[in-house]
Design a protein around this ligand. Structure first.
Ligand code: ZN
Ligand code: ZN
Length: 143
C-alpha cells in the first residue's frame, strides 16, 4: 500500500490526511506483529523527518482516530499501557502471546469456526464475533 492508497483510505473514512497520520499508518502496515503506542512513537521520532511536533499524545490521538474508524485493532494485555495496535485485516485472527517477553505471534486460521456454528444452532444466538488469545512461553524464553 503506497502513500496514495493510504490517502484514499483516509478519504474513504472521512479523516484528514496529515503527515503524522500517514506515517503512523505506514508504520503499522510495516509491522509484522502488534506494537505498543510507545514503540510506534519511539520508532517514528527516531526518523528525523518526524521530529517536528510529534509527541506521544499525538500518536495516541492518531491511534484513537484510527480505532474509531475501525482501521486498526487494539488488544489490551493486562493493563492499558501495554495495549498493542495492528492494522485491521479483513481476515479474522488469533494470537499466541508469550507471558515472559510479550511477543505476539499471529496464528493462521481459526479453530472456533465449527464450534461457533454449533453454538449458534443450539443457543439461537446470532454470533457476531469472538476473541481468543493463547498465552504461553515462547521457544526462546523456554531456554
Ligand atoms: Zn518469550
Ligand atoms: Zn476465531
Amino acid at each position: 500500500m503506497n502513500q496514495e492508497a493510504i490517502g484514499r483510505l483516509f478519504k474513504a473514512n472521512n479523516i484528514k490526511n496529515t503527515k503524522h497520520r500517514l506515517n503512523v499508518y505506514s508504520y503499522l502496515l510495516s509491522c509484522k506483529q502488534p506494537v505498543t503506542a510507545d514503540a510506534i512513537y519511539l520508532d517514528l521520532v527516531r526518523d528525523s523527518r518526524n521530529q517536528e511536533n510529534l509527541n506521544q499524545s499525538t500518536v495516541y490521538r492518531i491511534l484513537d482516530t484510527f480505532l474509531k474508524h475501525q482501521m486498526i485493532v487494539k488488544t489490551t494485555l493486562g493493563n492499558d499501557s501495554r495495549a498493542t495496535f495492528e492494522i485491521k485485516h479483513h481476515e479474522h485472527r488469533h494470537h499466541l502471546i508469550c507471558v515472559s517477553c510479550n511477543q505476539i505471534t499471529p496464528i493462521s486460521g481459526c479453530p472456533l469456526k465449527g464450534y461457533e456454528k454449533m453454538l449458534s444452532e443450539t443457543s439461537q444466538f446470532k454470533i457476531l464475533e469472538h476473541k481468543l488469545e493463547i498465552f504461553g512461553v515462547c521457544p526462546k524464553c523456554q531456554k
